[in-house]
Design a protein around this ligand. Structure first.
Ligand SMILES: [Zn+2]
Length: 297
């Protein structure tokens, strides 16, 4: 993994591998499935037409586990942004998102994603005689562990492809760990943690730049200047961003110790009760360098 792999913009990349990129098992005829690394139903219908995807072979169990992760994560990443900030006025795109939100079931609420908004009433006592009440509506949620597991699987398949040996028909796995930082949705891409992460790794050279599905899937892997360690970032459905590292632990710890942590704010709501929240921070286009690379090596 020493050179930048930049993908052609318009065709599927198909590899005929003989081991599963996720669990490493040897694929046999009864346990061999076609796996779209960017799930066709993970991004809006039709958005992959004329754009690249990575198509590998995977075992039945891993393929199934990944498609279960993709189902509600896709509906939620799309719908959450659609409810709060309509993506654009493309009616067929919006109709597809509504359709998906009616079909997919949230693993948290066990209800349809479209019925899984979370409502809370928040009452804040300002003085003994004055109080404020907020009705908060949060978009449907996904457990962070499930977001991280899907990110890990997508990165494993990309890493397997980047290290694929055509003669042996197998790819590799990274040595070391998989490290993930707190994810951010679109309204919070500018939080201090994400901003300090993107500013630090912007100087690392990309080894992979993968943008597809009309921008509904973005990915980048950058190499640490001297250590066996890579930073990675994924953006799903123009909404959720996941960031982190793979590889050796010591350089990861060193970088993480220099990151700025987002401010946590407290509001007292009465005796022995408080609400923790953090203001969300959008990012300006000119500040956003998470997927930026000027092409100069
Ligand atoms: Zn497998």
């Amino acid at each position: 993994m020493d050179d930048l792999t930049e993908l052609p913009g318009n065709r599927a990349i198909v590899i005929q591998n003989i081991t599963c990129p996720y669990c490493g098992i040897s694929l046999q005829s009864d346990n061999d499935t076609k796996e779209h690394v960017i799930g066709r139903r993970f991004v809006p219908k039709g958005s992959l037409n004329g754009h690249w995807n990575l198509i590998v072979r995977a075992c039945t169990k891993c393929n199934h586990a990944k498609s279960i992760l993709e189902d509600d994560i896709s509906a939620i990443t799309l719908a959450a942004r659609y409810w709060f900030e309509p993506l654009d006025s493309d009616e067929s795109l919006l109709e597809g998102i509504r359709h998906k939100a009616k079909k997919s079931i949230s693993k948290i609420t066990r209800k349809k994603v479209i019925d899984s908004q979370e409502k809370t009433d928040l009452k804040v006592d300002l003085t003994s005689s004055a109080s404020l009440t907020f009705d908060l509506v949060a978009p449907p949620q996904v457990e962070s562990e499930r977001l991280h597991e899907l990110a890990r699987m997508q990165l494993m398949a990309i890493f397997y492809f980047l290290t694929f040996n055509k003669t042996k028909k197998t790819g590799g796995f990274w040595r070391g760990g998989f490290y993930v930082l707190p994810e951010a949705h679109h309204a919070d891409w500018g939080n201090e943690l994400h901003k300090s992460f993107m500013n630090i790794v912007a100087a690392w050279k990309p080894r992979w730049l993968g943008d597809t599905a009309d921008g509904f899937f973005r990915s980048i892997i950058r190499k640490h200047p001297s250590e066996e360690c890579w930073s990675w970032a994924l953006e799903w459905n123009k909404n959720y961003r996941l960031i982190g590292f793979i590889g050796a632990q010591a350089p990861v710890e060193e970088v993480v110790s220099t990151l700025t942590h987002p401010k946590i704010m407290h509001i007292d709501t009465g005796v022995n009760s408080w609400v923790r929240f953090r203001a969300e921070t959008q990012i300006a286009d000119e500040e956003d360098c998470l997927f930026a690379w000027d092409g100069a090596e």
